[in-house]
Design a binder for this molecule. Structure first.
Ligand SMILES: Nc1ncnc2c1ncn2[C@@H]1O[C@H](COP(=O)(O)OP(=O)(O)O)[C@@H](O)[C@H]1O
Ligand SMILES: N[C@@H](CCC(=O)OP(=O)(O)O)C(=O)O
Length: 380
């Protein structure tokens, strides 16, 4: 089982790589430019192998503290936010120069929890990230620490990385940290702790292995990594927790080498994601398809174009779930609409190239993209 799992990694195309604070800042000494340059080189290697890579980088608070000369992590939110605002500059600049040296463009993406729980913003964030990846840019994501308030904080970048993995539909999430992987006890306090090589991301025992503490600089510790793996697994993503100090760590993980801890999803990616879609969202409207559109959606799982829709019912916003009905009124599929009901009413029956002249803008050429659609008539 485990060999087969590792052997799948060379074929995985979409990667999210999360690098923790201690690594990014050389244990709080200041941005670890050399190490960041080396990970940038590895990301370039993934790209050369035809893969897409998104980075989630921590370190803003730690770097801000080091720049401001603070020895201890402050507890007041506004001080953490100030430190993050200072430190983010250094973190993102180091990634930018490291990636530029390898011929790659980068983009700073700062997200809040609100961006991913609000459906319209979720779709916008998703579309932008996917466009960056399509353009060959490496997004460098962090939490937008300066604007978040207590209630809406992701809290830690492991959770953020899992949400990003859900967002871009990653095949693999690599969490680089200062340990070789997940041990059956905290290796800082237990010298006999043994490395777990593979486990199901949904194995309930994993949380028991995690010590309560995080490092002095990070926030999450191992518990948030294990929970992130479970969250990523819900959209079919495999997580590897490994040491960022291991030479060529990404290349070796991508080659299928037995390195770190691999936490695998129980379900196949597509089924998992679609199940997530189907179970999470309430139906807000109905689209009546013509015969041809109903057939290609049902039989080929194609995206739904406005041209194949005759009528729009209900009130929905961009990103909300709508049902697609064939001319007999039978449900064919359901999915996330790229346009609101009001916009959809204006563009139905019209080819995608006319959307811009009708609405004055174009969000996506499809009314519902196939990735955001579950076929209900044929069953899953
Ligand atoms: N079972 C475990 N296996 C490995 N590390 C553990 C475990 N339980 C707790 N830890 C601790 O988690 C720390 C990593 O978490 P953290 O400091 O938040 O890292 P990062 O900054 O990379 O997110 C390790 O240094 C280790 O002390
Ligand atoms: N947004 C914060 C993230 C802190 C955090 O989660 O750190 P870590 O546990 O090291 O990944 C920062 O950049 O400092």
């Amino acid at each position: 089982m485990s060999e087969a799992l590792r052997e799948r990694l060379p074929r995985a195309t979409r990667w999210v790589v999360k690098v923790g604070s201690a690594l990014v800042t050389g244990d709080g000494q200041g941005v670890a430019r050399e190490a960041i340059g080396a990970w940038a080189g590895e990301v370039a290697g993934l790209r050369r192998g035809g893969r897409q890579a998104t980075l989630v980088s921590s370190g803003a608070v730690a770097e801000g503290m080091s720049r401001l000369g603070w020895a201890e992590r402050p507890s007041a939110l506004y001080q953490l936010q100030a430190a993050a605002a200072v430190g983010q500059m250094g973190v993102v600049e180091a990634w930018e120069s490291g990636l530029r040296a390898k011929g790659l463009h980068t983009a700073q993406v700062l997200l809040t929890h609100d961006d991913l729980s609000n459906r319209r913003r979720y779709l916008n964030a998703r579309t932008t990230l996917r466009e960056l990846l399509r353009l060959g840019v490496v997004p460098v994501v962090n939490e937008n620490d300066t604007v978040v308030t207590d209630e809406i904080r992701f809290g830690d970048n492991d959770t953020l990385a899992a949400l990003v993995a859900n967002l871009v539909e990653a095949d693999v999430l690599v969490i680089l940290t200062d340990q070789e992987g997940l041990y059956d006890a905290d290796p800082r306090s237990n010298p006999h702790a043994r490395l777990i090589q593979e486990a199901s991301a949904e194995d309930p025992d994993l949380e028991r292995y995690c010590g309560s503490s995080a490092g002095a600089l990070g926030r999450g510790g191992m518990l948030t990594k294990v929970r992130a793996a479970a969250r990523a697994a819900r959209s079919g993503c495999t997580t590897v927790i490994a040491s960022g100090r291991e030479p060529d760590v990404l290349a070796r993980v991508a080659a299928g080498e037995r390195l770190g801890t691999l936490l695998y999803p129980e379900r196949e990616p597509v089924a998992a994601r679609k199940q997530w879609l189907a179970s999470h969202l309430r139906l807000r409207g109905r689209l009546w398809l013509d015969e041809g559109a109903a057939r290609v959606v049902r039989e080929a799982g194609s995206s739904l174009l406005a041209v194949g829709v005759n009528r729009v019912e209900g009130r929905f916003s961009r990103g909300e779930m709508v049902a697609c009905l064939d001319p007999q009124g039978q449900e064919v599929a359901r999915g996330l609409a790229n346009y609101s009901a009001k916009e959809a009413r204006q563009i139905v029956g019209r080819p995608s190239r006319e959307i811009e002249s009708i609405l004055g803008y174009v969000d996506e050429p499809e009314l519902i993209h196939r990735d955001n659609m579950v076929i209900t008539a044929a069953g899953l």
